[in-house]
Design a protein around this ligand. Structure first.
Ligand code: ADP
Length: 280
């Protein structure tokens, strides 16, 4: 508990432990949606860098814009302003085909919907991305990925015969087998019991600590965030704080304080919390 939880401004360098290349660079991202005759502003000029060898968590009160930010960073939503560069490539200047190719070859997604094909076996599901790229299936990589999430020997099962948590682990094995440079994860341990959650987290950490790779996780779980190298906290569509060498208690306390700030801003009638943000 006496560990050195450090809080810094969100734009401070990530960590001296990760001096190498930036794999995700968000530059003043804003996102708004049309609502009725007006617009609702969800993200307000968010800038963030995630470097190779880093596992970074995004946390914040519900509705603070975490998922919207993740979708923009992953190229699944287009920002209204600003740009994202992944592996040095600007998404704003990439064609649809280039984006699809980047997603297929370099990115991994661990989202709540597993998107497993019920008619294929577990091993065939894990191997599907190889097939879609017209590549030979590397059976040992498939088996290794299944074993790493505790599903060794289950390759011939059908997803429909598995629990929700097991299906989520199959989806994670599918990502692991691809060895993507960047993994985006949205509540990756949400549907898992604590043992399976630990396995998945340690696999994500293993990816993150590999040179040339990084992981970005949206989570509401302070214990998951504490297992990351860095936690960035959002409030009302802005990056409000960040913490390196996080602890579960430190993260929980920060979250509580941001929730309180958010409530106070709403109570004071602040317009979307615009008066309270400290990061532009
Ligand atoms: P979080 O992940 O932190 O809970 P989200 O990014 O899901 O937050 O959402 C932030 C805010 O944006 C919420 O108030 C949500 O209702 C709103 N929002 C998200 N998507 C849309 C959309 N397509 N149209 C309008 N508002 C949206």
């Amino acid at each position: 508990m006496a560990s050195t939880t450090r809080q810094t401004a969100p734009h401070a360098p990530a960590s001296t432990a990760h001096p190498t290349g930036a794999l995700i660079v968000a530059d003043h991202l804003s996102k708004s949606y049309p609502v009725g005759t007006g617009e609702v502003h969800i993200l307000h000029g968010v800038s963030l860098t995630v470097s190779e060898g880093e596992v970074c968590a995004i946390m914040g009160p519900s509705g603070s814009g975490k998922s919207t930010l993740l979708y923009c960073l992953a190229g699944l939503e287009a920002p209204s302003a600003g740009d994202v560069a992944l592996l040095g490539r600007s998404l704003g200047s990439s064609s649809r085909t280039q984006l699809a190719e980047l997603r297929r070859s370099e990115l991994g997604f661990v989202f709540q919907s597993y998107n497993l094909m019920p008619t294929l076996s577990v091993a065939e599901n894990v191997a599907l991305p190889f097939r879609l790229r017209g590549e030979k299936v590397d059976a040992s990589r498939v088996e290794q990925a299944l074993a790493s999430v505790g599903l060794g020997g289950r390759g011939s099962s059908r997803p429909g015969s598995m629990s929700g948590g097991e299906q989520q682990r199959v989806a994670i094995a599918r990502v692991l087998a691809q060895r993507p440079r960047i993994v985006f994860a949205d509540e990756p341990t949400g549907a898992l019991d604590s043992k399976a959650g630990r396995i998945v987290l340690s696999e994500l950490r293993r990816i993150g600590s590999t040179s040339g790779q990084c992981v970005l996780i949206v989570t509401h779980d302070p214990a998951v965030a504490a297992a990351c190298d860095r936690v960035v906290f959002m409030r009302d569509g802005r990056l409000a704080r960040q913490m390196t060498t996080p602890t579960t208690d430190g993260v929980a306390a920060m979250l509580a304080s941001l929730e309180q700030e958010s409530l106070e801003a709403a109570g004071a009638g602040a317009d979307g919390g615009a008066g309270g943000g400290r990061a532009a």
